[in-house]
Design a protein around this ligand. Structure first.
Ligand SMILES: N[C@@H](CCC(=O)N[C@@H](CS)C(=O)NCC(=O)O)C(=O)O
Length: 252
């Protein structure tokens, strides 16, 4: 059933018994999963650029995946993937750049050479950043993530023409925010630790991105704002902390 509220109307996730939508019929489709931070990057980019009518969401239930998804759409069998112009493309960091360049709407990557260079550096660092956060859950999480969050705090000081990583909102913020959003919740709940403590720029960045619903409606629709989603996230992380599970942060 579709979910209503701050998140708007979400089409229900497709399962193993769902029919495959037509492939390559000229419709652009974003295959996604609502709780997936990687897919969230592309979802935010699509919404920010106002492409809701141009890129259709096709949510997949990852726990009960339709066989046609791997067989006919995306052999890697992961989300996100994007069906566009007779091809299916994957990898969230490539997809946000692809959507930015190949669709209309406000450009999300600066042309200024210094910002461009720093933006590329930050994007190439994001996998290391998230890996360090995930690994920390098995150890002294607060201490082990101090340099990762410190890196972000320093980066936020580089440009002063706005509260975002390159001053103005860009793909770089979109690459980081789904993970920081989740870790803020996890650290507060499981370790009673506020990741923004002593990091004023990070605090403002998170507030602007997450709390300013009025100004950033493109983000809130994609945010982890339902009680069920937060509970599920915490359940998964508790299992990681107690060494029961290796996978995390996604749900149907
Ligand atoms: N590197 C990929 C990672 C995508 C990814 O791992 N997605 C998860 C969901 S959050 C997935 O589809 N998992 C299913 C699986 O691994 O079988 C990206 O950035 O798009």
């Amino acid at each position: 059933m579709a979910t209503f509220g701050a998140q708007g109307v979400r089409p229900p996730p497709l399962t193993s018994t769902s029919d495959q939508p037509p492939l390559f019929d000229g419709t652009t489709r974003l295959y996604t999963s609502y709780g997936c931070p990687y897919a969230q990057r592309v979802w935010i980019t699509r919404n920010y650029k106002g492409l809701q009518d141009k890129i259709h969401l096709v949510p997949i239930n990852l726990q009960d995946r339709p066989a046609w998804y791997k067989e006919k759409v995306y052999p890697e069998n992961k989300v996100p993937s994007l069906e566009h112009n007779g091809k299916v493309l994957g990898e969230s960091l490539d997809l946000i750049k692809y959507v930015d360049v190949n669709f209309e709407g406000t450009p999300l990557f600066p042309t200024d050479p210094a910002k461009k260079e720093f933006g590329e550096q930050l994007i190439s660092h994001v996998d290391t950043f998230t890996r360090d956060l995930f690994i920390s859950l098995k150890g002294d999480a607060v201490q082990e993530t101090s340099s990762a969050f410190g890196y972000l705090e320093n980066a936020l000081g580089k440009f002063d023409d706005g509260p975002f990583l390159l001053g103005q909102l860009s793909l770089v913020d979109i690459a980081y925010i789904p993970f920081v959003e989740r870790f803020q919740i996890v650290f507060a709940e499981l370790f009673k630790h506020d990741i923004t403590e002593g990091r004023p720029k990070l605090a403002i960045w998170l507030k602007v991105l997450i709390l300013s619903v009025k100004f950033l409606p493109f983000f809130v629709e994609t945010a982890l704002c339902s009680y069920d989603e937060v509970c599920y996230l915490l359940y998964e992380c508790r299992q990681i902390v107690s060494c029961e599970r290796k996978c995390f942060f996604y749900r149907s």
